[in-house]
Design a protein around this ligand. Structure first.
Ligand SMILES: Nc1ncnc2c1ncn2[C@@H]1O[C@H](COP(=O)(O)OP(=O)(O)OP(=O)(O)O)[C@@H](O)[C@H]1O
Ligand SMILES: [Mg+2]
Length: 258
């Protein structure tokens, strides 16, 4: 039954939340973005806004284009059309390193840490990537967010559990003091106790109010608890967005249930 409703045409466009479209305070804005793999269009006329101090959930079934959108924001895939604005400045033509230096951090799906380097070395690499940026968090604060990183400083990244690697990847992104943090399915394949730790850290970050977080997440309860706002994608297009507390069970069933 869920399948049948999922295939409804998406012309019933219901982007309801327009409260901050014109106030110019977005940490990141995407406008009318088109992204292709070869000749296949994967992202279609996507608009997205991320506010500082908020967590925005990006949801949608498998293969709708969530990871592709994050890669395009990070500059790992080119935009065919459209605009990407970081604090109002266009970065759509900038290479990835320039976007990283400008304050966009990306923790990819499946995380990517250096397995042959220790925890401490992995974190140092994150620091070196952005030596000149103002600090939101000291190294001590980062270790405070993830206490095991401090006690296991000299452990090789490759010897950590999947959940610990995910936390290390997040810590490494945070020491670069990003303005915008892109997280691709941080709970995927991770044990519940570590999911709780990650939730606590993201709650802390949201309370600090400095970073705009885009959270791609299929674990709906986690995304609902953490996010202020949400976007839902279907076949490369945004089909619904708004305040998370107004997302109805009916909408979840229509757009997200498997
Ligand atoms: N390297 C690639 N070359 C060609 N097509 C690709 C490539 N990577 C992804 N695609 C296609 O692009 C579409 C969107 O994929 P994407 O990985 O962005 O989806 P997703 O929403 O992140 O899915 P998931 O929830 O499974 O992670 C899919 O149809 C996928 O087959
Ligand atoms: Mg993905």
């Amino acid at each position: 039954m869920a399948e049948a409703t999922a295939d409804l045409p998406i012309k019933t466009e219901t982007t309801r939340d327009t409260s901050d479209e014109a106030d110019g305070t977005q940490a990141l804005s995407v406008r009318q973005l088109d992204v292709y793999y070869g000749e296949s269009q994967i992202i279609r006329k996507v608009d997205l806004d991320l506010r500082p101090g908020s967590i925005t959930a990006l949801m949608g079934r498998n293969g709708v284009g969530k990871t592709t959108l994050l890669k395009a924001i990070m500059g790992l895939l080119p935009a065919r059309q459209g605009e990407i604005l970081l604090s109002g400045q266009s970065v759509v033509k900038s290479p990835t390193e320039k976007r990283a230096r400008g304050g966009i951090a990306y923790v990819p799906q499946g995380r990517e840490i250096f397995p042959k380097l220790t925890i401490e070395e992995n974190i140092k690499l994150g620091l070196q990537a952005h030596p000149q940026r103002p600090k939101h968090f000291s190294e001590d604060e980062i270790f405070g967010l993830f206490p095991f990183l401090a006690t296991m400083r000299n452990r090789l990244g490759g010897n950590l559990s999947g959940g610990q690697q995910q936390q290390l990847a997040l810590a490494r992104a945070l020491v670069g003091n990003p303005r915008v943090l892109l997280l691709d399915e941080p709970t995927e394949g991770i044990q519940p106790s570590i999911i709780d730790d990650i939730e606590r850290v993201l709650t802390d970050l949201r309370a600090k109010g400095k970073i705009a977080i885009l959270l791609v997440e299929q674990y709906l309860d986690f995304a609902r608890r953490l996010s202020n706002r949400f976007y839902i994608m279907q076949r490369g297009s945004m089909v619904l967005s708004g305040e998370t507390q107004k997302l109805t069970d009916d909408e979840v069933k229509r757009y997200l249930a498997f």
